[in-house]
Design a protein around this ligand. Structure first.
Ligand code: NAD
Length: 484
């Protein structure tokens, strides 16, 4: 059976890519090919930019409330097709249906938040800054923006940006991850029915060549990026060279710190989800578990027992609690980290390498893996693994735990489990990661709060969604006037 070749969406129409090569999109649970994605090139980007630029003048002159009305319609359309989007996502990415539904919900919440444009985009003014002279600060759309997305949240991450960019009056080009291009293809099909003016939103499939063309294109005013730290650097530097606005969100190495006074019975389920949800492929996943003092005595055994109970399988099966990794190549990379952990002398409490899932021998499964007695210098405590591998680093006290958190270079998220308000306050005050959980394992900001880290986890200063995204997608023009 020949596989469908995905198309780009440019200027309100589905068009064949100019790509000379294609890549397979595979179902991670079975390893089977499910589609082919064009690895687009500069011609595709030129075409999309031309369409987006042509659409900009009329779109920017469309009143913000009228722009928001498209989003209201879009929200309803997404609700209608909710399950369809969630299932498409599972097939190409591998996470469980529950996780996928949660992700699609988060995607829709961004559409809902963006409809607040008439409040969120406003500027400010003051009369008589000097006698008879008035001043106003008026945010205006800038032009064409692009977003480049990672593979782990195919539905949600592009929507941290798209609805805000367009509701502010800009036009937009999305490049999804070539590993998971089907979800946004489905989303754009749904969007097509909503009738946005042609050229306002565009979808270009591809990988590095498309990104390079976007970075170099003078017609693109700014780029929103989410992915690994090495690529985030490429994007940040590339935008610097061509003078584009940029927000580049990168990788993570998140610590979950557990104090001796933590309520373990209440906290354990969220700790397990934190480390093993989405098979550890979340920028907010726990990576290092840090029991403080005697917390280790109660925690390590209970945590390992709970991890053993996870049920691997196809994400579409309701009984599955952990899906596969995204690809064979990524599984090899994660296995490589397990080998490194052993070579560096960590103690392997649970080994996920020999897991088998009956009937799904071609899938990219890797079971929960736990290392104890990890030291902060080991590679499994320093590098982003992005899989279901836990490094337990024991800390003598809260100070030592905070020191560990703040010395990872990455600074995306950190969580503390405790019964003490004073410890919680000390922790959130002193840790450098920008997303902090207190008795919460995945400190994921909702659409109306900003998403993004610090250190090597983010380059640029304006984070995803929240209030500040309206500033990223506008230029504040200051008008000073005097009339005679
Ligand atoms: P990735 O960096 O490999 O790819 C991200 C995007 O960049 C893709 O669209 C890809 O086509 C493109 N790309 C990859 N290499 C490139 C290169 N050399 N030049 C130009 N473009 C390139 O990331 P991924 O593997 O798809 O996603 C996982 C990573 O994303 C993890 O590091 C994870 O922590 C991170 N992530 C971060 C956040 C956050 O909020 N900080 C959220 C989700 C994922």
């Amino acid at each position: 059976m020949s596989l469908i070749i995905l198309r780009n969406y440019i200027d309100g129409a589905w068009v064949a890519s100019k790509a000379s090569s294609l890549a397979d999109v595979r179902c991670p649970a079975t390893g089977e090919g499910i589609a082919r994605v064009p690895l687009g090139n500069r011609d595709d980007v030129d075409r999309a930019v031309a369409a987006a630029r042509a659409a900009f003048p009329e779109w920017r002159a469309t009143p913000p409330l009228s722009r928001a009305r498209y989003l209201f319609r879009l929200r309803d359309a997404f609700e209608t097709h909710f399950e369809d989007i969630a299932r498409t996502l599972v097939r190409e990415q591998g996470k469980t249906l529950d996780e996928s539904r949660g992700e699609v919900r988060r995607m829709i919440e961004n559409v809902e938040h963006a409809t607040g444009v008439t409040t969120m985009m406003t500027g400010y003014g003051l009369e008589d800054i000097a006698q008879g002279v008035d001043c106003s600060a008026e945010p205006q759309p800038v032009g064409v923006f692009a977003a480049i997305a990672p593979y782990n949240f195919p539905a949600m991450v592009p929507w941290w940006f798209l609805p805000y960019a367009i509701v502010c009056g800009n036009t937009f080009i999305l490049k999804p991850s070539e590993q998971v291009p089907m979800t946004q293809t489905r989303v754009f099909e749904i969007m097509d029915d909503v009738g946005l003016p042609e050229g306002v939103v565009n979808l270009v499939h591809g990988s590095r060549d498309v990104v390079t063309a976007m970075l170099e294109h003078p017609g693109i005013a700014g780029i929103s990026f989410v992915g690994s730290t090495p690529t985030a650097r490429v994007i940040y530097e590339g935008c610097g060279r061509t003078g584009k606005r940029v927000q580049a969100l990168g990788g993570a190495k998140n610590c979950l710190v557990v104090m001796p006074d933590a309520d373990l019975a209440a906290g354990l389920p969220s700790m397990i989800t934190s480390f093993f949800g989405c098979a550890g492929q979340r920028c907010l996943s726990g990576s290092i578990l840090v029991p403080v003092g005697e917390a280790a005595d109660r925690l390590v055994g209970a945590f390992t027992q709970a991890a053993r109970r996870l049920r691997l399988g196809d994400g579409l099966a309701e009984t599955t609690t952990m899906g596969p990794l995204v690809s064979a190549a990524h599984r090899e990379r994660v296995r490589g980290f397990i080998a490194k952990g052993l070579a560096e002398g960590a103690e392997l409490l649970l080994d996920g390498r020999d897991c088998r899932v009956e009937g799904l021998e071609g899938g990219y499964f890797l079971g929960p893996t736990i290392f104890d007695r990890v030291t902060p210098e080991m590679s499994i405590a320093r590098e982003e693994i992005f899989g279901p591998v836990v490094s337990i680093v024991r800390a003598a006290d809260l100070d030592a735990a905070i020191e560990l958190v703040n010395s990872r270079g990455f600074a995306n998220a950190a969580c503390l489990y405790t019964g003490s308000g004073a410890a919680a306050r000390d922790f959130k005050y002193r840790v450098t990661p920008s997303m902090v959980g207190i008795n919460i394992g995945i400190a994921a900001p909702m659409a109306f709060f900003p998403f993004g880290g610090a250190g090597h986890s983010m380059f640029g200063d304006t984070k995803g969604h929240g209030r500040e995204i309206f500033r990223f997608y506008t230029d504040t023009k200051v008008v000073i006037s005097r009339w005679f």
